[in-house]
Design a protein around this ligand. Sequence first.
Ligand SMILES: [Zn+2]
Length: 209
Amino acid sequence: MRGAGVYDELTARILRGELPPGARVNIDALAHEFDVSQTPVREALARLESDGLVVKELHKGYRTTPKLSRAELANLYELRLLLEPHAARRAAQRSTPETVHELQAEIRRFLTAPPGADYESYKDFRQHDARLHDLVLRMAGNPIITAAVDRTHFHLHAFRLRYDARAGRETVDEHRAIVDAIAEGDGGGAEAAMRRHLHEARARLLAAR
Ligand SMILES: [Zn+2]
């Protein structure tokens, strides 16, 4: 297995809960299992550390991080609610036919939310959500705001919480309302739709905790 493969496999194990929160990561055993030297395993762990999925402990190696607590989740949504409704307004004001086309293409790919609660469905859904929010942030044209949201690695952490298909369908409808307002150049409407979506998403995730 090559380096990127080790990273992808470890990410999947953490997100699926096969490496549970707080678990010690055994570098030797993983190198042996993947039939690689320790170097690619250590490189993958360094990347996972910057993603916030593992923490390095002095002289002890790595552990997987705990799942988000209710308070951490609430803090993350507080930040998103400060930044993303504003970004949606700016995106509507700055939209071009090309960027609107990109947003609509993302919506069309997800008109039907993934049906199951299995890892692959959930992964597709989370990646769609991450791409849509990232597109809106980039359309807003302030890279510092985009970086502030990116740095929270929100989508990776939310992944470890629960998914159900109903939440997926509601999310798709809320996303469509945001994209429609942006496509019409309706800044106030886009801001309100994004705020509504983040409030609903926060409520769904808190209910699942
Ligand atoms: Zn969303």
